[in-house]
Design a protein around this ligand. Sequence first.
Ligand code: ARG
Length: 471
Amino acid sequence: MRMWGGRFEGASDERMAEFTRSIDFDHALAVDDIVGSIAHVHGLGRAGLLEADEVEAIVRGLEGLRAEVEAEKLTWDPALEDIHMNLEVALRDRIGPVAGRLHTGRSRNDQVATDMRLWLRRTIDGIDVAVVEMERALVGLAGREGEAILPGMTHIQPAQPVLFAHHLLAYVEMLERDRGRLADCRRRANVSPLGSGALAGAGYPLDREATAAELGFDGVTANSLDGVSDRDFVVEALAAFALCMVHLSRLAEEITWWSNPRFGFVRASDSFSTGSSMMPNKKNPDPAELVRGKSARVIGALTTMLTLLKGLPLAYQKDMQDDKPALFDAAATLKASLLVMAGMVATLNVNRDRMRAAAGEGYTTATAVADALVRRGVAFRAAHHIVAALVGEAERGGEGLDALDDAVIAAALAASDDSIAIALVGDATVPGELRAAAGLEGAVAGCDVVGGTAPRRVAAALAVAKARLGI
Ligand code: ARG
């Protein structure tokens, strides 16, 4: 018998029932629904709407249901539409007609809004743990491979050498911002809609604050219409999830390229690689590729949710039921992606020699050579011209900037329109100084500002990250 069937004649069309029910996915809210119901029943008792023995009987029944859910002993009846009605009927089966008092002063509208907030709160806490695990993996690798030098790129072309650790710590920064966004979302979501009723507010003098406090909420929603129809917290969560997936996807893309033998910078451990059914030579960084792929699902979930809400008038509309598949899938996808990437990064094999050889290709230390001229008083724009000429010479000669002979350097200085550069032509210490600046170590050490790639700055950043993670 349908709980709302009092004025209905005849049975539901099976196609309609199957199409409109949500139990296939909203059973994930079972524990949250029970926890919310227990607090609501306590509130009904405080308001004098239930006798003490009724409160006790219902709460004991709900606790029994919770144990059954946790032991996976409860089965769901699709005919009962959703988790709320499944649990209410299960309660009635166990404690009898007193269960009919549970839904006093409550609608499924404020009930599901409460469940979703409780679910999101604990899910964000679980995702935060996974983000921290990912950060630990990055920080661990940065610590192990602290001296490795990577070709830093812009436009996917060699730009300037950077410490590999510096590159990894950039992702730690992104993930820390992700944590901040998740915490912000959690804080705004952590208010109780219970007492909003169907849309106009419960018809009984419920102490909403007391019930909210019992559920660990920071307060109550201020408007009953908004309380039942606000899903901003779902959008915010999906936005934070999607951006975190985008960060993982960017790293996944890099790991995939770095694994190609043309780069040869890293190799995924066998435990995080797959093979080919046909090509015996293959070792593929599958987890990274799939993380990149799955970011599409999470971005899609955000789009789904924004589009779902866009045209909805107040207050509750059935469309909102479809927030769940998107949110549940996105959360599970993000958490699994974080954990698999953490494992992959923690076990990554790094080839420092290949990285170092590539770091020197493409005259990546040219900026450092220009900076050395500026330290001698040359205007930066003039220094840029001089070094560009030197890069041209080196390229023609097929040699590095650190191998140019004195005469080539003197000629480049003499051709400058900067009087200080011209005056340096006679200074015998200049060529050696420029060649030294053209070395990888010198170039990296030269970027000695807060947030720069100089080893002492990276060591400081690593220490901050470690302290934050308690490692
Ligand atoms: N299954 C519904 C949902 O998830 C519960 C709320 C239903 N409310 C209603 N008035 N039909 O949105």
